[in-house]
Write a protein that binds this ligand. Structure first.
Ligand code: PEP
Ligand code: MN
Length: 338
């Protein structure tokens, strides 16, 4: 339920409503807009009728039902778009944030060469997998802590904040020591114990959409993070499984546009995993931006043919520079702040 306070509501009237919501067995989430305050009553076991009765309380304009099962991520509760700050880089502020780097961190040289090149081309964040969720146990699994150290070194050299995947609950502390943004991979989108653990950190989270997850399930996974206290969430559409086999996944562009309507959280697109095909990364990057994406995640490798993972979808260094040049000259999308 949402309690809309009137524009002239006093601090005392707002505190009274917050207290009543808590007395009724709900959590109260205060959202202060430019003109008025909205208070969300969130939970499952509260006394609903008493919240509805708050219509009669002083300073209350209206009490309405939140139409979706996700509440805190919903735009119904918060109109204002969330901007997530990752080491000084603002995601969702109206510009297109680009996260680029190798699928996997393979060596110090490979990472540093890529980091310097993507920085020079205009990337905003450095990506690189240290813990890799591979379909086969016989494939390269990532360098683990060694990769985290290399990422930090590359970040210090280039000034780019780091985004890297945390695959398991047991790795949360170690990844948090090194990463500016923690990525929850597609296969882990509904790992609820991992989400709960990440929810109590303040560290920004990049939440990838599960390959078979509906938009509702994806937003409910994000709800776990917000309900647990972490508001710094960026969503990432990375392609879903469909009957199509010509591309690795089907990049769901409509999901980007729809999630921007449903939620105030920033949404980025990953056309590398979304297509699996290098030549499609550039056109789908532009398509994602046209659909409203706040950013892109792009896999880049100095020599894709030698990559230990995802070479066929990785851009080489000149290919990435070319993409950035094209994006730079693309018409700027107008983003409404509210
Ligand atoms: C990745 O970003 O390297 C990755 C494994 O992505 P996803 O979880 O989307 O497959
Ligand atoms: Mn990859």
């Amino acid at each position: 339920m949402i309690v809309n306070m009137s524009a002239s509501a006093t601090k005392e009237q707002i505190s009274h409503v917050v207290e009543r919501i808590q007395e009724c067995g709900y959590q109260a989430h205060l959202i202060q807009g430019a003109e008025r305050t909205v208070i969300g009553a969130v939970g499952s076991n509260g006394r609903r009728a008493e919240i509805e009765a708050l219509r009669a309380a002083p300073g209350v304009q209206d009490v309405i039902q939140i139409a979706h099962p996700f509440k805190l991520v919903s735009r119904q509760l918060q109109q204002r778009r969330t901007i997530v700050d990752v080491g000084g880089v603002q995601i969702g502020a109206g510009n297109v944030t680009v996260m680029a780097g190798p699928c996997s961190v393979e060596s110090g040289e490979q990472l540093m060469e890529t980091a310097l090149a993507v920085k020079a081309a205009g990337a905003n964040l450095l990506r690189g997998g240290a813990y890799k969720p591979r379909t086969s146990p016989y494939d390269f699994q990532g360098l683990g802590v060694e990769a985290l150290r290399l990422l930090r070194e590359a970040s210090e050299e280039t000034g780019l904040p780091i985004v890297t995947e945390v695959m398991s609950e047991t790795d949360v502390e170690i990844v948090a020591e090194y990463a500016d943004m923690m990525q929850v991979g597609a296969r882990n989108m509904q790992n609820f114990s991992l989400l709960r653990k990440l929810a109590i950190l303040e560290r920004p989270i990049l939440l990838k959409r599960g390959p078979s997850a509906t938009i509702k399930e994806w937003l409910l996974a994000a709800e776990y993070l917000l309900a647990g206290g972490n508001k710094n969430v960026v969503l990432c559409e990375r392609g879903i499984k469909t009957f199509e086999t010509a591309t690795r996944n089907t990049l769901d562009l409509a999901a980007i546009a729809l999630v921007k309507e449903l939620s105030h959280l920033p949404v980025i697109a990953d056309p590398s995993h979304g297509t699996g095909i290098r030549s499609l990364v550039s056109p789908m990057s532009k398509a994602a931006i046209a659909a409203g994406a706040d950013g892109l995640m792009i896999e880049v490798h100095p020599c894709p043919e030698r990559a230990l993972s995802d070479g066929p979808q990785s851009l080489d260094l000149p290919g990435f520079a070319e993409l950035m040049k094209e994006l730079g000259t693309a018409p700027v999308r107008e983003v409404k702040a509210a």
